[in-house]
Design a protein around this ligand. Structure first.
Ligand code: SF4
Length: 478
């Protein structure tokens, strides 16, 4: 009998794509977002300008559900920005779908954000107390209020000054009717790259989106840099100095989030995962007959484990690529309903075999437990779980949706207790040294969800829907 199971991974971040003068903006952005659908499936939006008028289409769901050929035809223009969303702050309601589009006294602005602002609650409260009304429950909206604030609006370098007020993780794309801007926070948590296409400029969270639109990679937006592209070309300035002692590039982008064909922070994700697998084979060797991966995100590390150990790689799980976004929405009930839909075991591969199964992470542990049980039911004689990162023991406050300490199995149990909980014969995680070993500059990576060493103060942070009702205690007085 064929048994089926799903995955339990950290949830995606968001994806950005922007263009200036590459031809038809909307179709390029559509392609660029499509290449980054893995970064967010809850909603997507495209905003374009023809130099006179700004138009936008946004909706809940996958890109194909939000946009059709006809809808793209309603978006004429040569510049624009787009966003795919996974909610790391704010719920999955339509108002929260980005780019946010607002009308200030001096014109229309559009804003798209990847990351998480750690001082959003404070800024939001400050503006609300002075009478501002917020349309969304996202942290990103505070940038819009900073831009509209006369304190910033009426002074030179308005965008740079506004960005300078923000703390935490952010890659932003902004646009007005005649320019596109890109910025990365001073610690460089989230990726953002610049490309060239048809003589114009392209911005993308991941380089795979540059490749799939035919753009040539030029460079990354530097941490603390603001890039502006308009009719006069590309201008670069700094809105903040980079900390000289360290950046905080998110190592989880390379462990799991980024597509294997993307270069992130100067490293190819596939190559890094291959090295993790080889190192895992060194750190946790075992006598076994086959290595299998939890597809797709465990594929590269499984190949590395196979190469490092000399144990042949085989297909033990088959992924159903047609399981829709229902199964990757954030609510627990949706995850539970997907348990038997996403992955199937191939008994012909695993029956009677000593199996090494390589996964990229264990978050709550419940899905891994079920995965092991399915392999056992399919006849595997031994099951050795290998994980291509250290135990995930701390939540993320920088834009990745990891659960709380209470829900993270890596925070609640020792490795041996986790092994017993998931029912494996052995369990081996990549060491913290192994995690950072592929990098020339390991001090410039954030690994706080593994180490607990957060690169900035997060003691005041609350859950992802903390902005949903940020002033409930204020009495309404009509
Ligand atoms: S805490 Fe983890 S997921 Fe969050 S930015 Fe740091 S490495 Fe990335």
């Amino acid at each position: 009998m064929q048994r089926s199971i799903t995955t339990d991974h950290p949830k995606e971040s968001c994806g950005l794509f922007g263009v200036y003068d590459v031809g038809t903006a909307a179709s390029s952005i559509h392609r660029g977002l499509f290449a980054q659908q893995h970064r967010g499936q809850e909603g997507s939006g495209i905003v374009v300008s023809d130099g006179e008028k700004i138009r936008s289409i946004k909706g809940l769901g996958l890109i194909d559900e939000v946009f059709s050929g006809e809808s793209l035809a309603q978006l004429p223009g040569h510049l624009g920005i787009g966003h795919v969303r996974y909610s790391t702050t704010g719920s999955d309601r339509i108002q929260n779908v980005q780019p946010l589009v607002v009308e200030c006294v001096d014109g229309i602005w559009a804003v798209a954000h990847n990351g998480n602002l750690t001082n959003a609650r404070k800024l939001r409260r400050m503006y609300q107390e002075s009478g501002a009304i917020f349309q969304t429950s996202t942290d990103s909206e505070v940038l819009v209020h900073l831009l509209a604030d006369p304190m910033y609006r009426s002074r030179p370098r308005r965008v740079a000054r506004a960005l300078h007020e923000l703390e935490g993780a952010f890659s932003f794309l902004l646009m007005t009717k005649n320019c596109v801007m890109a910025a990365r926070d001073p610690m460089g948590f989230r990726p953002l790259s610049i490309g060239r296409l048809n003589g114009g400029y392209v911005f993308a969270s991941e380089t795979c989106a540059l490749a799939q639109t035919g753009a040539e990679y030029v460079r990354d937006v530097e941490p603390g840099e603001l890039v502006v592209v308009d009719a006069a070309g590309l201008h670069s300035s700094r809105f903040a100095e980079c900390p000289t002692d360290r950046l905080a590039q998110c190592v989880f982008e390379l462990v799991y989030f980024a597509r294997p064909d993307s270069r992130v922070f100067g490293y190819n994700a596939h190559e890094i995962r291959l090295q993790y697998g080889m190192r895992l084979a060194e750190e946790h060797p075992v006598d076994a007959d086959i290595v299998i991966s939890v597809p797709d995100s465990g594929n590269d590390a499984a190949l590395g484990y196979s190469r490092g150990s000399g144990i042949p790689l085989d297909f033990g799980f088959i992924r159903n690529h047609y399981v829709g976004r229902t199964f990757i929405m954030p609510e627990q009930r949706d995850r539970a309903s997907s348990v038997d839909m996403k992955l199937s075991v191939l008994p012909e591969t695993v029956s009677g075999k000593r199996v090494v199964v390589v996964d990229d992470s264990i978050v709550r542990g419940t899905t891994c437990k079920r995965r092991v049980a399915c392999l056992r039911e399919a006849g595997a004689s031994e099951i050795h779980v290998r994980v291509s990162c250290p135990p995930t023991a701390n939540p993320c406050f920088y834009g990745i949706d990891l659960p709380t300490h209470e829900e993270l199995v890596g925070a609640q149990m020792s490795v041996d207790e986790i092994r017993e909980f998931i029912g494996a014969d052995s369990l081996g995680y990549l060491s913290q040294e192994g995690l950072l070993s592929p990098f020339n500059n390991p001090e410039h990576f954030c690994a706080a969800c593994f180490t607990g060493n957060y690169p900035s103060d997060v003691s005041h942070m609350k859950g992802k829907e903390a902005l949903e009702a940020s002033a409930p205690e204020l009495a309404l007085d009509p």
